[in-house]
Design a binder for this molecule. Sequence first.
Ligand SMILES: Cc1cc2nc3c(=O)[nH]c(=O)nc-3n(C[C@H](O)[C@H](O)[C@H](O)COP(=O)(O)O)c2cc1C
Length: 208
Amino acid sequence: MSTLLYIESSPREADSYSSQAAAIYLDALPNGVTVEHLNLFAAGLPEFNAAAAAAKYKVMRGEALNPAEESAWSEVLALVEGFKAADHYLIAAPMWNFSIPYKLKQYIDLITHPGLTFIPRPDGMEGLAGGDAVVIYSRGGNYGPKDGQPDPYDHQSPYLQSWLGLVGVRLTAEVAVQGTMRPPVGADSHLDGTRARLVELAAGIGAN
Ligand SMILES: Cc1cc2nc3c(=O)[nH]c(=O)nc-3n(C[C@H](O)[C@H](O)[C@H](O)COP(=O)(O)O)c2cc1C
């Protein structure tokens, strides 16, 4: 038995290409994988506000928290616990202004703290989450490599790669649904080019 945390970050539900691609992956998972679904636009995430920021710095310095900071930090701890409980991750991320939607960044800001999801070591960062991740991107345009070089406007993939590395989650694969604002080329659906890969990745979960 293992647990997969599905982090959905489009608010567009059935219209969302990243969510539709995630559904293909989830449908193909083998028996024995329990899915926890975190819909970030429906989750009512707390703000990472002044009390939360003060708590973060005080915890780092080993100082006592006031009641407002205790309250903010307990919400952070609950989210961190939920994140770290998973063995596998599926992150579905639309491109918004070359990067990830703000709710996904808010979630990352809420759960990424020294001593909780990573530890700074003299020779670099030690991630504490563990597990492996498949990341699905959906993009109105096409941000694949150009002339063998990464697209300089793609701030989704480099950012999530860095963050997953920081928190110690191994990136198994990235799957991009691209050109979603244009009619599909040579296919019935923008998803057709990714379907087989998503099924293959789900069937081999944990094996790569
Ligand atoms: C706020 C917002 C910003 C967007 N910014 C970009 C962008 O920078 N580049 C791009 O190619 N498409 C952009 N798009 C289009 C989306 O990436 C595209 O519609 C994608 O399919 C959204 O993912 P979803 O279908 O899972 O919701 C943007 C859409 C929204 C709503």
